[in-house]
Design a protein around this ligand. Structure first.
Ligand SMILES: Cc1cc2nc3c(=O)[nH]c(=O)nc-3n(C[C@H](O)[C@H](O)[C@H](O)COP(=O)(O)OP(=O)(O)OC[C@H]3O[C@@H](n4cnc5c(N)ncnc54)[C@H](O)[C@@H]3O)c2cc1C
Length: 428
């Protein structure tokens, strides 16, 4: 059997490792990836900009991983077409790869603002190593950077720029507060306070209408709808991502909010599977169809898809798609599941600068936010995931007294319960 994987990030690497570990030495595995080098963590790109990490320490696997896995790698090359009838993938250099089973793990790409001069030199998005390297190269000596977007990637980028020594960093936020999809007002205020203390500035309720550039095409300023023009040497647009669905869509596969997959992560195309940020999933708590957009989910899906491609049928359990964890300096913030529900309890401890919000539905904890002191977050997450009765524990949870509570249903329990010890695959 010949397996082809497109994409070498979280989903792709997990699939390659699973194909080898469960498929044994004989299965033929090929990889096609646009990424020219070794697989790396996108989540750590801000740390590269901040100077906390080097390129080498972004790697998610030791050097030479493809060789070690016995994978024929076509790196630095895009797949440009799928031919599902012929079971072939066309590469940009014209070569074609035959497959018995194909995994599309093409991830997602940043969404632009769609405003004039967005291509000016000095305006970036932050998704690939190449983006981070370019930002890093421009950072020394600049006086002002602007980040358009008050979501997780935008704030991580702003924090990194400040840590890299950029004197003035301004974040432009469309909504009235930061992280409006992940946090409530109280937690967002704590994040704002922490970042403001570092000297990061915020402008809320604003919209970028264009970038202004000099006649060499270099960024000069960012223009807002209210007419303000903010001088800038560098700008990062962080307005979210859209799934890379084109290959499947052009081949006639079903695409909705992402590539549509069944419970075995199979697309509507014969013997073609998909995993990671390119797919649509159904959220376990809300039942909503959403884009999968988390590293851990992509990794888990890569493993499930690979097992299914090998015929070891493993239905992928509905995932918890709202699960964000970030740290800015001393402030940790974790937000999981629903932000609203029939019963909401919250507690702010000003002495410890610590905030907890718990959302219950009936007996179940269906969401929480921890900001400041985030100890025991695994317990809260396990309660949300397992759906176990938790109302009786509400005061302990609210006070953060979770030390004595047993951890229920870890991250990989659903996957591991299907696989015996021998089949367990490498962890990130
Ligand atoms: C700055 C930043 C911070 C983040 N922080 C977090 C975090 O804290 N926690 C978290 O859970 N998630 C975080 N994420 C999101 C996380 O990185 C993604 O969820 C994860 O990378 C998705 O993995 P993936 O394998 O689905 O796709 P991607 O990582 O998007 O990779 C796609 C792969 O497909 C390849 N590819 C695409 N199209 C083609 C083609 N046509 N031909 C060949 N190859 C192709 C690419 O080269 C790449 O190898 C962050 C992302 C960014 C950018």
């Amino acid at each position: 059997m010949r397996y082809v994987v497109i994409g070498s990030s979280a989903a792709g690497i997990a699939a390659l490792e699973t194909l080898r570990s469960l498929g044994g030495p004989k299965v033929k595995i090929s990889l096609v990836t646009r990424d020219p080098g070794e697989p790396y963590s996108r989540c750590l790109l801000p740390d590269l900009i901040a100077g906390y990490k080097t390129e080498n320490s972004l790697r998610i696997r030791p050097s030479g991983v493809y060789q070690k896995l016995g994978v024929e790698a076509f790196s630095g090359l895009a797949a440009v077409e799928l031919k599902p009838q012929e079971k072939r993938v066309v590469l940009e250099d014209g070569r074609e790869l035959a497959y018995d089973y194909l995994l599309v793990a093409t991830g997602a790409s940043p969404v632009g603002l769609g405003v004039p001069n967005e291509e000016a030199q000095g305006v970036f998005t932050l998704r690939n190593l190449d983006d981070a390297q370019k930002i890093l190269a421009l950072t020394p000596g600049i006086s002002r950077a602007i980040v358009a977007g008050g979501g997780l990637v935008g704030l991580k980028a702003a924090y990194a720029l400040k840590k890299a020594g950029v004197p003035r960093v301004t974040v432009l936020v469309t909504s009235p507060r930061l992280l409006s999809r992940q946090l409530d007002n109280e937690a967002a205020s704590l994040v704002e306070a922490e970042l403001s203390q570092l000297g990061i500035e915020f402008i809320y309720n604003c919209q970028v209408t264009s970038f202004a550039a000099d006649h060499y095409g270099n960024l000069e300023s960012v223009v807002l709808k209210d007419g303000r023009e903010l001088p800038a040497d560098l700008a990062i647009v962080a307005k979210g991502v859209r799934p890379n669905t084109e290959l499947v869509e052009k081949a006639g596969g079903r695409v909705e909010r992402g590539i549509a997959v069944d419970r075995h992560l199979k697309t509507s195309l014969e013997d073609v599977y998909a995993a990671g940020d390119c797919i649509q999933v159904t959220d376990r708590l809300t039942g909503e169809k959403v884009n999968s957009a988390l590293w851990t989910l992509a990794f888990e899906q890569g493993r499930y898809a690979a097992a299914n491609m090998l015929g070891i049928l493993r239905p992928y359990p509905l995932p918890l798609t709202r699960l964000n964890s970030v740290r800015f300096g001393t402030l940790g913030v974790i937000s999981v599941g629903r932000l609203e529900g029939p019963e909401v309890l919250s507690r702010y401890d000003p002495l410890n600068l610590s905030y907890r919000r718990l959302v219950f539905e009936g007996n179940r904890l269906v969401g929480f936010i921890l900001a400041g002191k985030v100890d025991g977050a695994g317990i809260y997450t396990a309660l949300v995931k397992s759906g176990r009765p938790a109302w009786a524990l509400r005061y302990k949870l609210l006070e953060g007294q979770v030390g004595g509570l047993a951890l229920m249903g870890g991250r990989d329990s659903a996957y591991n319960s299907h696989l015996n010890e021998k089949q367990a695959v490498l962890e990130i």
